[in-house]
Design a protein around this ligand. Structure first.
Ligand SMILES: Cc1cc2nc3c(=O)[nH]c(=O)nc-3n(C[C@H](O)[C@H](O)[C@H](O)COP(=O)(O)OP(=O)(O)OC[C@H]3O[C@@H](n4cnc5c(N)ncnc54)[C@H](O)[C@@H]3O)c2cc1C
Length: 477
C-alpha cells in the first residue's frame, strides 16, 4: 500500500477512536431565509480556520462552513508573499493536527518522503507546508468554499447575517457564531509610512504585495524594516540581481526571537488567566522587541556583495526624484530605484469592511487598561480586548451586542492571549480554548432546550418484563 494511503487510513482510524462523545447536540435554528442557520461560519481557510473547523467538528459542532476569498491552495501567505524557502519555526512544532499523531506534519512528511528524509530535514519547505495544510483540510473533512469574501456582518434577530461576495454576486449567510481566522490583517491592515504610501505605485511596495522582482535586476532597492519578512524580500531582490540597502531605525538588529522564550505550555495555556497588568507587561515586552530573524534568513542576504545593512537609520524624509526615490537618514540623502516596506500591520477595525458597521464599539486594550507610564504603548493599546472565548467585547455594553458572537482568531488576538491566532506553535493550546469558548456560548444559549430534552429523554436501556416484578402495591406518588 502507498505510504500516504496507509497514513490516511490511520488518520481515519485515529479520528474514529477519539470520536467520543458522539451525540449531536447543537440545536438547529431556522434563519430568516427559511434554511437552517450555520452553527459557525469560519472566515479564512488558512491554517487557523482549518484547525478551528477541525476542533469544532471534534466537539460535534458540525454545521460549519469555512470560506476564503482566495482560490483553493492560495490561502495564507505560503504560495504568494511568503518569500522564504522554508518555514522559520522548528520542524517539530505541531499545530493543525490538534494532537492527533497521524495528522502531524511529521507523519505526512514521513509518508511522502520517507523516514530518512524526515531525519535529514532541517526546516519545513514552505510549499510542503501549504500542501500539508490542504491535506489536513481534506482529512478533517472541512467544508470549504473558496473565492468567497466576507464583506459585512449584521445582527439578524440574534443570528449573525454575513454578507459575502463571490463570482456570482452578493448573498447573505446566517450563522450563530462567526470565527474570523483572517490572518495578519484580521483587525487592521498592512501599513506603509505615509511618505512611502505617497510615492507612486511603481516606486514602492509593501512586503505583502506582489512584486516583480525580475524587473529589479541591476536596480538599487531600499528595504525599510529589519524583521524576517524584510530580510526575505531583501534576499529575493538580491537573488534577482539588485543591490539592496536594508534600514532599521533601531541601533542594532533584533537577533533574539522572544517567541522562543514564551513557547512553553504554562505560558501558552495561561497567559490569558493573568490579570491585565501582567498580560500587558509581558506582551509589551515581547511585542516591542518584535520577532527576531534566524541565522539562515540573514545568511541568505549576507552572501551577496550588494547587501548593505544600515542601523540607527530612521527615514527622516522620503521623496520622489528623477524617476527614483530619495531617502534621507541621519547620514544624509541616498537614492533608490525602488522601495519595499516591511513595516508590519496596525489595528484599524473601521478599515475592515466586515467590522466597519460596529468598529466604533469594539473595546480595545486602551479602553480597558491604562499601563504605568514606563509601559505606555499606543500601538498595543489599539489591539482588541477580547473575551476569554476570543470574542470581541463591547466598548459600551448593549450598543452592538452582536460583537460578542464574533470570535477573532488572528494576529490581533496576540495581546489578549499571547501567541494564539495566526501562530503555528500555539495552535494546539489556542484552538481548543477557542472551540471551548464557542461551544460554551452555544450551550448556554440553549440551556432551556437542553433541559427540556434531558427531562423528556425516555430511551430504555434494558427490558424488565412485568412477570419478573413483584409489586407490593404501595401507592404510587
Ligand atoms: C510572510 C510570512 C511568513 C511566515 N512564516 C512563518 C513561519 O515560518 N513559521 C511560523 O510559525 N509562522 C509564520 N508566519 C506566521 C503565521 O504562521 C502565518 O501568518 C499563518 O499564515 C497564519 O495563519 P492564519 O490561518 O491565521 O492566517 P492566513 O494563513 O493568512 O489565512 C487567513 C485567510 O483568511 C482569508 N481572508 C481574509 N479576509 C477574508 C475575508 N474578508 N473573506 C474571506 N476570506 C478572507 C485570506 O484569504 C487567508 O487565506 C508567517 C507569516 C507571514 C506573513
Amino acid at each position: 500500500m502507498d505510504p500516504l494511503a496507509r497514513l490516511e487510513a490511520d488518520v481515519r482510524r485515529d479520528l474514529n477512536l477519539i470520536a467520543h462523545p458522539r451525540l449531536p447536540w447543537v440545536k438547529p435554528i431556522t434563519a430568516p431565509d427559511g434554511a437552517p442557520a450555520l452553527d459557525v461560519l469560519v472566515v479564512g481557510a488558512g491554517q487557523g480556520g482549518i484547525a478551528a473547523a477541525f476542533g469544532l467538528k471534534r466537539a460535534k459542532v458540525e454545521n460549519v462552513l469555512v470560506i476564503d476569498k482566495e482560490a483553493e491552495g492560495d490561502e495564507g501567505p505560503w504560495r504568494t508573499y511568503a518569500r522564504m524557502p522554508t518555514l522559520r519555526s522548528p520542524k517539530d512544532y505541531t499545530g493543525p493536527d490538534l494532537d492527533v499523531p497521524s495528522l502531524t506534519y511529521q507523519s505526512w512528511h514521513t509518508a511522502k518522503y520517507g523516514a530518512a528524509a524526515w531525519e535529514a530535514l532541517e526546516l519545513i519547505d514552505r510549499i510542503d507546508w501549504a500542501d500539508y495544510l490542504l491535506w489536513v483540510r481534506k482529512m478533517t473533512g472541512a467544508r470549504v468554499e473558496n473565492g468567497v469574501t466576507l464583506t459585512g456582518i449584521a445582527d439578524a434577530d440574534g443570528l449573525l447575517a454575513a454578507t459575502v461576495r463571490d463570482a456570482s454576486g452578493e448573498r447573505v449567510i446566517y450563522a450563530r457564531r462567526i470565527i474570523l481566522a483572517t490572518g495578519q490583517e484580521s483587525a487592521g491592515a498592512w501599513t506603509l509610512p505615509p511618505e512611502v504610501a505617497a510615492l507612486p505605485g511603481h516606486l514602492r511596495a509593501h512586503t505583502c504585495e506582489d512584486i516583480d522582482f525580475a524587473a529589479l535586476k541591476g536596480k538599487t532597492v531600499f528595504v525599510l524594516g529589519a524583521g524576517a519578512s524584510a530580510f526575505d524580500n531583501a534576499a529575493t531582490a538580491l537573488e534577482a540581481g539588485a543591490e539592496v540597502h536594508l534600514f532599521t531605525r533601531r541601533d542594532r538588529v533584533q537577533v533574539i526571537q522572544p517567541y522562543r522564550a514564551i513557547t512553553f505550555a504554562g505560558f501558552m495555556r495561561h497567559l490569558a488567566d493573568l490579570d491585565d497588568a501582567w498580560r500587558w507587561r509581558i506582551m509589551n515586552h515581547v511585542l516591542s522587541l518584535r520577532e527576531g530573524f534566524p541565522q539562515h534568513t540573514y545568511d541568505r542576504c549576507a552572501r551577496h556583495a550588494g547587501f548593505h545593512l544600515h542601523v540607527g537609520a530612521p527615514w527622516l524624509s522620503v521623496a520622489e526624484a528623477d524617476g527614483g526615490v530619495v531617502v534621507t537618514t541621519p547620514r544624509g540623502p541616498m537614492k533608490a530605484d525602488y522601495v519595499i516596506a516591511g513595516t508590519g500591520v496596525d489595528m484599524d477595525f473601521a478599515g475592515r469592511p466586515e467590522l466597519a458597521g460596529f468598529a466604533h464599539n469594539i473595546a480595545t486594550w486602551a479602553d480597558r487598561y491604562t499601563p504605568p507610564e514606563e509601559e505606555a504603548n499606543p500601538r498595543l493599546g489599539r489591539f482588541p480586548y477580547l473575551g476569554g472565548d476570543f470574542a470581541f467585547q463591547e466598548k459600551v455594553p448593549g450598543v452592538t451586542p452582536l460583537v460578542s458572537r464574533i470570535h477573532l482568531f488572528g494576529i490581533a488576538a496576540t495581546m489578549s492571549f499571547g501567541p494564539s491566532g495566526s501562530s503555528i506553535n500555539a495552535m494546539t493550546t489556542a484552538v481548543p480554548r477557542l472551540v471551548s469558548g464557542v461551544t460554551r456560548g452555544l450551550f448556554r444559549e440553549d440551556a432551556a432546550a437542553h433541559y427540556a430534552d434531558i427531562v423528556a429523554y425516555d430511551v430504555p436501556q434494558a427490558v424488565v418484563p412485568e412477570s419478573a416484578v413483584i409489586d407490593h402495591g404501595r401507592v404510587k406518588v
